[in-house]
Design a protein around this ligand. Structure first.
Ligand code: A2P
Length: 270
C-alpha cells in the first residue's frame, strides 16, 4: 500500500442512501395538483403499483423524503409521480417549484400492496381512487399484466372539482396509443365523479357503490367475491369506508404474503 492510500480517511458509503435523479418534465393540472417525470437509474426495479421515498435535500443537506406512489408502469424508462401541493407542506411546497434539469432524491426500496401479486385471479378488477390516490392506478392501467390477469379493468376516480379529474382523463385518452397496452384499451373503463361541483356524475364512490348506481351505470352485477377484485387508494377515511363495503360484499383483504380479494393503501400527502 502506498503512503497516500494509507493516509486517506475511509469514506463510509450508505448503500441505502437515495440517488440523485434529474427532473425531465413537469405538468401542472390545477393550483393543487401536478405531475413530474424523472430519470430512472438502470438498477431501479419495482412492481407496478408500488411506492417509493422521494424528496429534496433540506437546508442542512439532509434528505427530506416522503412516500410517493410511482405513477408510471414498471416497464417505463422514466419514473412519473402525481403530487398534491400543500402550501405549508414541508416537501410539496418546495417540490411544486421544480423545473426540468433540477435534481430530486429517489429512495432505493420501492414497496407496497397495490400489486398484482396481492390479488388472486378473477374476471374484473376495480381500482377505487380519490384525489392523488389515482397514482398507483396510473401505473397499473399502463401495465399489460393487468389486462393479462383481468378481463375487465375499471378505474374510479372521485375528486372535489372537475379540473382535478384531468390526469385520469388524459391517461384514459392516451391508452389506445400506449406502446404496450394499446391492444388492451377496450378492457379498460374510467368512471369518474365529483362531489363539490355540478358534473354529469356526482357523489362519493362509497355512495355510488351503496346505491348501486356504479354497477347500473357500468352494466355489471354488484360486487361479488367470485368475479371481482378491488384495489383502494385514497384518504384514510375513504379507505376505511370503501373497505367496509368490500367486506360487506364478502371480499377478503389480501397482502403480498397472502393474496386475496382486495387490497388497500393510503394516498400520501404532505
Ligand atoms: P367530499 O367532497 O364529499 O369530501 P380529499 O381531497 O378530501 O381527499 O377528497 C377527495 C375526494 O374524496 C372528494 O370527492 C371527497 O368527497 C371524497 N371523500 C372524502 N372522504 C371520503 C370517504 N370517507 N369516502 C368516500 N369518499 C370520500
Amino acid at each position: 500500500m502506498s503512503e497516500t492510500q494509507a493516509a486517506s480517511p475511509v469514506k463510509k458509503v450508505n448503500p441505502n442512501a437515495p440517488t440523485e435523479e434529474t427532473v425531465l418534465s413537469v405538468q401542472h393540472y390545477t393550483d393543487r395538483l401536478f405531475k413530474f417525470r424523472i430519470t430512472r437509474p438502470g438498477s431501479f426495479r419495482f412492481r407496478s403499483g408500488e411506492f417509493v421515498m422521494i424528496g429534496l435535500p433540506k437546508e442542512d443537506g439532509k434528505p427530506l423524503l416522503r412516500a410517493y406512489s410511482i405513477a408510471s408502469p414498471s416497464w417505463d424508462e422514466e419514473l412519473e409521480f402525481f403530487s398534491i401541493k400543500v402550501p405549508d407542506g414541508p416537501l410539496t411546497s418546495r417540490l411544486c417549484d421544480i423545473k426540468p434539469g433540477d435534481k430530486v432524491l429517489l429512495g432505493k426500496k420501492p414497496t407496497g400492496t397495490l400489486v398484482h401479486d396481492a390479488l388472486t385471479p378473477a374476471k374484473r378488477l376495480y381500482m377505487f381512487s380519490t384525489g392523488t390516490g389515482i397514482a398507483p392506478f396510473a401505473s397499473l392501467m399502463r401495465d399489460p399484466e393487468t389486462y393479462q390477469k383481468f378481463d375487465e379493468v375499471i378505474l374510479t376516480h372521485t375528486c372535489r372539482e372537475i379540473s382535478e379529474l384531468a390526469y385520469g382523463e388524459e391517461l384514459t385518452a392516451a391508452l389506445p396509443e400506449d406502446p404496450l397496452c394499446d391492444e388492451y384499451a377496450h378492457k379498460f373503463r374510467l368512471y369518474n365523479s365529483v362531489t363539490r361541483e355540478d358534473f354529469p356524475r356526482m357523489g362519493r364512490i362509497t355512495d355510488l357503490i351503496e346505491s348501486g348506481k356504479l354497477f347500473e351505470d357500468l352494466g355489471v352485477p354488484p360486487l361479488n367475491a367470485e368475479t371481482d377484485r378491488v384495489m383502494i387508494c385514497g384518504s384514510m377515511q375513504m379507505i376505511q369506508d370503501t373497505k367496509a363495503l368490500c367486506e360487506k360484499a364478502g371480499l377478503v383483504e389480501g397482502s403480498n404474503a397472502a393474496p386475496a380479494d382486495f387490497v388497500i393503501e393510503k394516498a400520501f400527502a404532505g
